[in-house]
Design a protein. Structure first.
Length: 256
């Protein structure tokens, strides 16, 4: 994932609402989100190169999602895949704090990342760039390729639009897809400097990314209501024929 918005205890019906864009190289093979044949408890996409995932949720109410931290000056050529960190949490039995403490002990092995995980009633955040573990309280959060709530234009603009949508009693899912598809580029003076040069900073400054060989490939929305019912809607974008493919899943949380 490269852009995530989380609304926790901000809506009367849905205590947790998540909207996330996955940005990736177009030629990196992946499966769209589905329940995994090797573990039917896990609902997630699958990276067919390294075997991990960028976002997932389980029938028992665990969830995890990850963004890369953009810092070209500190890239490790042979670092392990960060997508495995999401998968290991979803497939494991550790509580959020314990799992994040374990990640902290291996932080230096990986290239930069942010991870939001927990149960759908108890979200947590960690980045191996500051090695601090946070339990997220009630609020609306935005995360891209810097630390949580860094005031990048796409994060600020997205939080504002997200807040407006969830201010209504009825959540309009298409309105969420629409704002996550925003291709407005930031003004030059608002661009961050992450060491990739002006041209790339500009192209990466929109919520929806579209550049040669790279861009937004999925938008995923997760809604968890007060009765423990979960709805996950994933929209995959096919730039070859300018089409989309939606998958929708609904289930009630189980205790097993």
């Amino acid at each position: 994932m490269c852009l995530i918005f989380v609304a926790f205890n901000q809506h009367p019906k849905y205590p947790l609402i998540i909207a996330a864009n996955r940005d990736e190289f177009l030629d990196r093979p992946a499966k769209q989100i589905d329940f995994w044949s090797e573990n039917s408890n896990i609902l997630a996409g699958k990276d067919l190169t390294a075997g991990g995932t960028w976002l997932g949720v389980t029938k028992t109410g665990y969830f995890a999602m990850l963004t890369n931290y953009r810092d070209l000056s500190n890239l490790k050529a042979n670092a392990p895949s960060r997508g495995k960190l999401v998968l290991d949490y979803l497939a494991g039995e550790l509580d959020p704090r314990a799992y994040l403490k374990a990640l902290n002990s291996t932080a230096s092995k990986y290239n930069g990342y942010n991870i939001i995980l927990g149960t759908l009633d108890d979200p947590w955040y960690y980045s191996n760039q500051n090695n601090k573990i946070y339990q997220l309280g009630s609020g609306l959060y935005g995360l891209s390729n810097a630390l949580l709530d860094t005031k990048w234009p796409k994060v600020e603009r997205g939080k504002e639009k997200f807040a407006d949508i969830i201010s209504h009693d009825v959540i309009n899912v298409e309105s969420i897809f629409s704002f996550m598809n925003d291709r407005t580029l930031a003004e030059d003076e608002q661009l961050p400097d992450t060491g990739i040069g002006y041209e790339k900073e500009k192209l990466l400054s929109s919520l929806y990314i579209e550049m040669p060989g790279y861009g937004t490939r999925n938008t995923t929305i997760i809604l968890k209501d007060n009765e423990g019912k979960v709805e996950v809607i994933d929209r995959a974008y096919n730039r070859n024929n300018n089409s989309t493919s939606d998958k929708e899943f609904k289930f009630s949380l189980s205790s097993q």
